[in-house]
Ligand binder design. Structure first.
Ligand SMILES: *Cc1c(COP(=O)(O)O)cnc(C)c1O
Length: 401
């Protein structure tokens, strides 16, 4: 593999799509698209048109005309383009954390008589905190997996801890720190063999790694839309519930609200859940926050998720090769096998906290993760090979300075 960034950019079939993003032609070296993706130019226009025409012009009629169904119609599109989910199983709304709560509560309620929720110690904090909270609320206990911090949850980690007491297994598809890409299909089989459900968090995979929720027989999944789906700060999350659970009526989430009720506008005396995935909704959904997601789903569809993944692998392979060549003393705290790695890598060194701060001053933007990791996220559609080269060179300078 050549390490010449200009040559790699010249032969990148998706290079032209960088122009679609605000600022991608500017001076900032942005290596944190896995925390907050760059906005699409199309979104600036879509938000303006929404305010002036759809909201400003249609006013309350907008709910009847489009907004009431948007959480589900957009969920279906996201399901088809990004999640490998047939229609009727995905809804957009809430934050990831709130959806996690609703999903974990629903899952443990669907497995009565089972006393444990399994989660790994290195999962994203909010996932662990929600699991701890639901366990306390429902009188269950948390069964912790100690996974390799430079890797993630494997079949060998999960096998000894699932059993007849397990209600639910909670895992991230791509680990937020190491970038480990879990074999969630195999983890799902293990959970199911034990009679448990599996909840997969897709925050760090959706939009950069192909996902096959239906094919993998995942029970429930959540993910955010502001990382590799570029929908903006605080844009709503999405939730997936497998049709087999919706059809059986075996899915009841705890935040019963009028927007998820069988008939929102009869204003009935008591709650009856809507049939299908609408029951995942609670209150009025954040329509403005969905506008950027519509644009990014369009773009991912145009590029094709397989091509997105191919570029993602090329970017992380390139970053690892540069680090190996140019940054002695820095450890790649991420899987070296691209098949087991998502769209970001973490570089460990005792000085990474101050290095990250120094880089931000120079408009080179990675992020820092405890205890000693500088994390670079390579959002496939908006990141160039030249940006990766400039970023790794800047890390080298900061470390030698
Ligand atoms: C980013 C991220 C979250 C964020 O949760 P919010 O409620 O959107 O703040 C949750 N889980 C994982 C694995 C993440 O990477």
């Amino acid at each position: 593999m050549t390490l010449d960034a200009a040559a790699l950019d010249a032969r990148d079939p998706l290079a032209d799509l960088r122009d679609r993003f605000v600022g991608a032609d500017g001076p900032i070296v942005y290596l944190d698209g896995n925390s907050l993706g760059r906005p699409l130019r199309a979104t600036a226009e879509r938000v303006r048109a929404f305010v002036e025409e759809e909201w400003g012009g249609r006013l309350i009629r907008g709910w009847d005309e489009r907004w009431f169904e948007l959480p589900l119609t957009l969920g279906d599109r996201l399901g088809r383009v990004v999640l490998g989910a047939a229609p009727g199983q995905t809804a957009v709304g809430d934050s990831t954390t709130v959806l996690l709560y609703k999903m974990v509560r629903a899952a443990v309620a669907a497995r009565p008589g089972r006393s444990e929720i399994v989660v790994d110690r290195d999962n994203f904090p909010t996932d662990r905190y929600v699991v701890e909270g639901v366990a306390a609320e429902c009188g269950l206990s948390v069964r912790w997996i100690e996974a390799d911090p430079d890797g993630g949850v494997t079949v060998d980690d999960l096998a000894p801890v699932v059993g007849p007491d397990t209600a639910l297994v909670v895992v991230s598809h791509v680990a937020y720190r190491s970038g480990y890409l879990a074999d969630v299909a195999a983890l799902a089989r293990l959970a199911h063999d034990a009679g448990a459900w599996i909840l997969v968090d897709l925050c760090h995979s959706s939009g950069s790694v192909p996902v096959g929720l239906d094919a993998w027989e995942i029970d429930v999944a959540v993910g955010c839309t502001y990382k590799y789906l570029n929908a903006g700060p605080g844009s709503p999350a999405f939730g997936y519930v497998a049709a087999r659970h919706l059809d059986a009526g075996g899915f009841a989430q705890p935040v019963q609200g009028w927007m998820g009720a069988a008939d929102s506008f009869t204003m009935g005396p008591s709650y009856a859940p809507a049939p299908g995935i609408r029951r995942l909704l609670s209150g009025t959904p954040p329509i403005v926050g969905m506008l950027g997601l519509e644009d990014m789903v369009d773009l991912v569809e145009q590029a094709g998720i397989a091509a997105v993944r191919e570029k993602s692998i090329a970017l992380t392979e390139y970053a690892v090769a540069l680090v190996d060549r140019d940054l002695p003393g820095v450890r790649v705290a991420s899987p070296r096998d691209p098949a087991r790695r998502g769209g970001h890598i973490t570089l460990a060194h005792p000085r990474m906290r101050e290095v990250t701060a120094a880089l931000w001053e120079r408009d080179v933007i990675p992020d820092f993760r405890m205890p000693d990791g500088l994390r670079i996220g390579l959002s496939p559609l908006s990141t160039s090979f030249a940006e990766v080269a400039a970023g790794v060179a800047a890390i080298g300078q900061a470390l030698s300075g």
